[in-house]
Structures are given as C-alpha cells and as structure tokens.
Design a protein around this ligand. Structure first.
Ligand code: 13P
Length: 255
C-alpha cells in the first residue's frame, strides 16, 4: 500500500481573528477530506484549538504548534500534553526553529517529544541549520540536533515520530529560495544514516521525514518526488486557502 504524504499547515500567529480562522479551517478541511493519499494536519494558534476540537476527520487532523513537557505543572501560560490530547489533537510541533530562537534547547525539545508520545500524540520534531557553509559543517549541526532532541524517545515509539527538516535560511521566503530537491534528498539520506548510527537501520527507517521552508504550489511536487521526503511542513502558504488546497491536490498525485 502506498504511504500517505503528510502535509502539515503551521499557521504560526495567524490569522488575527476567529472568523478568519473558521473560514481557513473549513476550506482546508474540505480540500483535505477529498484526498486519499494525503494526511493533512492543521496547526492553528492555541486560542483557536478549542474551537476546532474534535472537528478533525481521519484525513484532516488537528495539530498544535507547541506544548509544555509536563501535565498540571505550576507554570503560568503553558499548555499541557493532556489538554491537547483531550481536544483531539493528534500531532504536536516541537522544537520549531522560531521556538529554539526563543531559547528552547535540544534537551527541552526532547522532553516535549517524550511527553507528547506519552499522551498518544505524534511529535513533529523540527531540526535545521542556520546556514549552509561550503565545508558542510551544517551536517554536524543536524547530527547534534538529532542526537540531543531525540534523547529519551523509545525505539518502539519511532513509528509515531515525525522529523521535520526545516533549514532556517529557507523559511518565510518564496519557492525559488527553498532548499533544492536534490539537497533535500541528500539531507534526508544523511538524517537516516545518522539515525542508523545512533540506533539501528530498522529504527532509522521508522520516522516520517518532512521538509519545510518556502514550500509553495510551484515546488510542492518536485520536493515530494525528487526530494524523497514523506511530506511537508507549510508556513505562509497554508494561510492562502486556494494555494494550500492546490498543494494538497498536488501532493495527492505524487507516488
Ligand atoms: P514558510 O513555509 O513560511 O517558509 O514556513 C516554514 C515553517 O516555518 C513551517 O513550520
């Protein structure tokens, strides 16, 4: 059986109002529900999660953009894994570069991923280098992030794990600035090799690997086919209902 592509919409802090969010959610859900080869996940900002609770379908699931690593801790402003699970959230982004930029370490990311798994949800664990130097030192960065951020995740949970490769230099631009499909493919191979060295080859094949960073309608098919990844983490274009629907359709046609 052909494996479904996983396409994740990361709305970040958008849209500004609940009515707009409702329209966007409805349109993305309608588009995603028609596609049998794609698993769509929509990650709205926290204030809208309760509104969309249990609104997901088997083909379109609800995701969160972040989480705290403990349940019912005395920590003002945080959201717990069990609260997310209770709302029907199936996937949780952890360690997005924009959160790492606010001080989130590999150690914290690892704790979040473990906590998400414990509640029966799937972590979408983000890694990515700030820049690509000619000497290839960014490979070392990726390796260290993999080693540090996956610490404590049981091998038996790797099937539930999603790793998103999001190079920081490619985020928030346009399709022509995205990482090239051949470079994505090379990075995906490097990531699997790193996982093989750290664990074993079977464990290394278990997680889905996504790419994120300026994915638009124009480069969706090429990244999925030539890039060899199992899906996409989409930022700004997930806010454009028409283009996002077209991207989902495109993903549905890639074998
Ligand atoms: P863009 O698609 O806007 O580059 O964002 C990528 C991203 O950060 C998704 O998590």
């Amino acid at each position: 059986m052909r494996k479904k592509k996983l396409v994740v919409a990361n709305w970040k802090m958008n849209p500004a109002t609940l009515p707009e969010a409702r329209v966007l959610f409805a349109r993305a859900t309608r588009a995603g529900s028609r596609l049998e080869n794609v698993q769509t996940v929509i990650c709205p900002p926290f204030p809208y999660l309760g509104v969309f609770a249990h609104r997901g379908t088997t083909r379109v699931r609800l995701g969160a953009q972040d989480v705290f690593w403990q349940n019912s801790a005395r920590v003002t402003g945080e959201v717990s894994p069990e609260q997310l699970a209770d709302l029907g959230v199936s996937h949780v982004i952890v360690g997005h570069s924009e959160r790492r930029a606010l001080g989130e370490s590999d150690e914290i990311v690892a704790k979040k991923a473990v906590a998400v798994l414990k509640e029966g949800m799937r972590p979408i664990l983000c890694i990515g280098e700030k820049e690509r130097d000619e000497d290839g030192r960014y490979f070392e960065t990726l390796k260290n992030q993999i080693k540090g951020s996956l610490a404590g995740i049981r091998r038996s949970d790797f099937r539930e794990l999603v790793i998103a490769y999001e190079p920081l230099w490619a985020i928030g631009k346009s399709a022509r600035d995205a990482c090239q499909p051949r470079d994505i493919r090379e990075t995906e191979i490097f990531m699997r090799k790193t996982l093989t060295d750290l664990y074993d080859s079977e464990t290394a094949q278990a997680p889905a690997i996504l790419y994120g960073g300026s994915v638009e309608g124009e480069n969706t098919a090429a990244i999925l086919s030539e890039g060899g990844v199992g899906g996409l983490l989409v930022g700004h274009k997930s806010l454009d209902a028409e283009e996002f629907s077209a991207m989902l359709k495109e993903a549905n046609t890639v074998a």
